[in-house]
Write a protein that binds this ligand. Sequence first.
Ligand SMILES: Nc1nc2c(c(=O)[nH]1)N[C@H]1C(S)=C(S)[C@@H](COP(=O)(O)OP(=O)(O)OC[C@H]3O[C@@H](n4cnc5c(=O)[nH]c(N)nc54)[C@H](O)[C@@H]3O)O[C@H]1N2
Ligand SMILES: Nc1nc2c(c(=O)[nH]1)N[C@H]1C(S)=C(S)[C@@H](COP(=O)(O)OP(=O)(O)OC[C@H]3O[C@@H](n4cnc5c(=O)[nH]c(N)nc54)[C@H](O)[C@@H]3O)O[C@H]1N2
Ligand code: SF4
Ligand SMILES: [Mo]
Length: 744
Amino acid sequence: MAELEEGIVSLFQDRKGTAVDRWVATTCGYCGTGCGLYLGIKDDRAVAVKADTEAAVNKGHLCLKGLYEWKTLHHPERAKVPLCRRGREMHPVTWEKALEETAERLRQALAAGGPEAVGIYHGGQLTLEEYYAIHKLAKGVLGTPNIDANTRLCMASTVSGYTRSFGVDAPPGCYEDLDVSRLVFIFGANPAEMHPQLWQRILRNRKLNGARIMVADPRLTLPARVADLRLRLRCGSNIPLLYGLINILIKEDMLDRDFIRRATAGFEDLARAAAAFPPERVADLTGVPAADIVAAARLFGRSPSAVTVFCQGVNQTSQAVDAVTLINSLHLITGKIGRPGSAPFSLTGQASALSMREIGGGGSLPGFRNPENPEHRRQVADYWGIPEERLPRRVNDINRMLELIDTGRLKVLWVIGTNPAVSLPDLGFSRRQLEKVFLIVQDIFYPMETAAFADIFLPGAGWGEKTGVVTNSERRLNLVRRAVAPPGEARDDLAIVSSVARYLGAGGLFAWQGPENAFRELRELTRGRPNDMTGVDYALLEHLGGVQWPCPEGGRGTPRLYTDGVFPTRAEEAQGYGEFNHPEGRARLWAVPYAPPPEVPDGEFPFWLNTGRIIEHYHTRTRTKRIPELQALVPGAYVEINPHDAARLKISEGEVVRVVSRRGWIEVPARLTDVVAPGEVFVPFHFGDLDPGEGGRQQAANHLTGRNVDPLSGQPLAKTGACRIERQEAGSMGQEGQGENCSG
Ligand SMILES: Nc1nc2c(c(=O)[nH]1)N[C@H]1C(S)=C(S)[C@@H](COP(=O)(O)OP(=O)(O)OC[C@H]3O[C@@H](n4cnc5c(=O)[nH]c(N)nc54)[C@H](O)[C@@H]3O)O[C@H]1N2
Ligand SMILES: Nc1nc2c(c(=O)[nH]1)N[C@H]1C(S)=C(S)[C@@H](COP(=O)(O)OP(=O)(O)OC[C@H]3O[C@@H](n4cnc5c(=O)[nH]c(N)nc54)[C@H](O)[C@@H]3O)O[C@H]1N2
Ligand code: SF4
Ligand SMILES: [Mo]
């Protein structure tokens, strides 16, 4: 077991011996953990990486991805010049031509169709300054409601869940909680693979302090295997499980009644709703034995502290926002919040996903302002010097934007730093929309899947080639630094967005001399707000190695929120969750409804379809597939099937099967493993479809996923759907409809 625990998840690495000209301090550009590292530069090229032994987050450790990150720089397929489409071909053009064309298309669409005719959809791996520029351009110049980010597929449910419970989208806890908590409850997350350095901290806590680990996941992940208590619930059954825990906590009076009285509202309603979920019913609905549900509630209730770590097993399932609010409630009714070792803690996915949320990516205005609040609107409009009416009141999420393309209202879409041709659900539908719209793609690699649909391609500078701020899961602002020049004519996203603004005649609003200048501007918009960073500048970030917001002037940052039991629930902040009817300053306990997921297995599609990720790859692999060491480890997609199901269906290890859903199909090798339960399958979503030259196999998991979304957050349910497995007859591989249906 010791080997399993240490095994793949962390590598200590020290390359003091590597011959380099200089080491540049920076922050890892992959996951939201935010590890500190040094890039080794020799002759102006990146040649090595070493972990930062002083870094508060990772203290000298890095995972696989961080270790090889430098290899994404200087790759021959880095995009180097702007391209424009002429017929079927993309041709190199000058920056002037590309920018002029981009601005002209936006202008024409605006003139003909108004602000709804244009849109921007961006990723979560840019810098805070770049997000600020994008949102200033979209909301302050174009005035379009069509502005969204891939946080819609990632953290949108947490954004709404935190806001509903606490009044603002701010993660209450910090990593230190993982070091000191007596119980780490891992709920719908697999940090051993996705946040490896946090998993190391959890294991260290167990070793040094005897912390307990409890895991709720349908898959037998590494954390589930080593947990003290494992709740292997069925896909899509978070709500009954959480209600089941709350039911026992109340029945056995494992509550902090004083905290409930003082700091919360809505307990009676929550208690009434939870009463309908006794352990026997919950066992029926989740597949978790009733005794384990009781044991889990007691472990949580009796532990002096507890932190619940959650991620996509919550955000991407049905009733995701409701699940987030119940997780928050679990902590609120037991008073396990605002103290060391106690917090509901959503792990953010991408390196700067939280930066994006705090500056508008989750649908707010900068500084978590409410776009429906006249005072907030005025503050932003005045600061930018634009008419207040221009600011959209409600943004259209990417789901709505695709519908607007489908109905011909959205004409020009600008995609920045995300690969929707692989990552959006229901790829058949989504790719048709990318085909239909006039598409501008801004990415660091060419080719990549979404660029195949582009009319204009703009080459961006990536990690290691630009300086700026990235905010990690614990609200820590870190610096990423330019260590080498971008390849060819590539330019950083801040410069590109500012140039487009200039071509649109709004250059005066974007007259920054580099990122630090932009940071100073955006910082002012956080004054007095939940993410106040008016006390932060680049020098302080350098000096302290990162600062956690809020950090008002003169401050040094705030590791933990709500330590006084007062919550920022105020009527004027009550963005997007309807009528505000509870006392200010108290956290809200919601009695959420329960309904089974919208799509469940049936005779035709008898398996639960679960999709997600693995340690070796990052998202759509534009970076990790170009790192030979990582690509060799897992070169293609596959489907995990439980050996009992495989035996029943006569499927052997490695056999290529067809996975079919109501939306589409993929053909991938079967991997027989008890990591998935009988009746469930899992497909990693990292893989785009192979080109004909590579065998032409259709393998992107999102051919299978559907357009059902959480009604409160608009987040697609990438983890809850139904599918069947078809065996391929010899010789019929790859031809639609010729598989042998062996789902029953
Ligand atoms: N190596 C690597 N690391 C990454 C990434 C990557 O691509 N590669 N991506 C980053 C990003 S953007 C993100 S958002 C995070 C995601 O990090 P995670 O959320 O930890 O990863 P996932 O594999 O998407 O899903 C986690 C778990 O949710 C479980 N799950 C599925 N359905 C349910 C359910 O109904 N209930 C419960 N309780 N659990 C369920 C799955 O079985 C899976 O084990 O990882 C980040 N880190
Ligand atoms: N079925 C299924 N689908 C999912 C998920 C799932 O679990 N299952 N997870 C969802 C989640 S949580 C996420 S976060 C999304 C991720 O989905 P995407 O955002 O599509 O994933 P990436 O591959 O990270 O795409 C980022 C793109 O930006 C480019 N890039 C990197 N750095 C820069 C830069 O500095 N500037 C510019 N301009 N470009 C840059 C990269 O080359 C890449 O093409 O996928 C979602 N889709
Ligand atoms: S844990 Fe995340 S931030 Fe740290 S090295 Fe790995 S990918 Fe990078
Ligand atoms: Mo994500």
